[in-house]
Design a protein around this ligand. Sequence first.
Ligand code: ZN
Ligand code: ZN
Length: 426
Amino acid sequence: MKTLLIICDGMADRPVPELANKTPLEIANTPNMDWLAKHGVCGIIDTIAPGITPGSDTAHLALLGYDPYEVYTGRGPFEAAGAGIDLKGGDVAFRANFATVDDSGAITDRRAGRISGTEPLAEELQKISVKGAKIIFKSTTGHRGAFVLRGEGLSHEVSDSDPHEVGKKPLRIAPLLQEQQPTLPVYPLITGGIRKYVVRRNRAVKTAKILNEFSKKAYDALDKHPLNVERKKNNLPAANYLLLRGGGIVPHLTPIKERFGVDGTCVAAAALVKGVCRLAGMRVVDVPGATGSVNTDLHAKAKVVLKSFEDQDFVLLHVKGTDEASHDGNARAKIELIEKIDAILSQFIDEVDLITVTADHTTPVSVKDHTGDPVPVLISGDSVRVDDVQEFGERSVTEGGLGRIRGKDLLPILANLMGKTQKFGA
Ligand code: ZN
Ligand code: ZN
């Protein structure tokens, strides 16, 4: 049974006064979404929990059936997996960006002049050896990269080195746990809580030490690298410091195949979403022309979706541009992209058995950031109990048969409709 889950990033919105108090999704001309809603079951989803503002990573984890509170410690691992690094449980991963520091050690440019083509620098960083861990680094887009520490007994409970401000020196990385466990309820005394705390703290101290050693060695190697010598000669900011942030420990995610009996393919451009899917054990396909922006080639993506169904039952199609337009506060661009997404749906209606359309969170164009409002969802296919909802919008779907669910409920619901679930009990 071919099942397609379409996630339009940040598509959900709030009423916009300039749009006669309608949302971009309500005002957009979406005949296919409306048809699917009419021939499907609808509802709203709190992707994390009511009122909680999701990030794209935690929201996608939830929509794939995981409890983000259990598995999420930071964005780093998902970016690194999205960059194509083969991660192992226990690796600690960070987001990294090349920055420029001057001779006094102060940051003069957090993005090193938005440098690109940093692969030679990445090669140099990989050569650095530190005691107690292996370094893995991969350049991603522009000045960004993914940084991974691999070794025994590492911790993500350390601070960032990125001060997020020009003129300051990179911060010394420190353990986030104080030397002594601050408040001590009685039960940890019995359950070994103190011992656990000491272990955690020791790991964080060790990891911070490794990272500080690495940061210094990285500066020494980068500053004299021919690429940077050349940049300085040309009056360009040298990419001589690697700022680290968003550290997280790589979680062990039970693959969705094991949990729901479906293989999965992810069709997305955004590295973060690809990373979540890869760690969930899904196949991730790169689509030429998919940009993660409003100008993305949706037809190319649709083609890959249909091709994926030749040997897969479950495909996740992610479109990032709706969130980008929302962060820009650009209602017009958001409406146009929603209409373009709607247009490609017609290719799926005859080919796919079960189609789900939803968003990972609300990003109101009026707020230009994510909020904790629920998102609309529709599921359309032969096995669903069709409700009375006639069109797809944030408010119209509240009348639907799914009611109000959590993100992590969605995949079990789809697995049931696909006939993949097993009886609980006799
Ligand atoms: Zn998102
Ligand atoms: Zn966003």
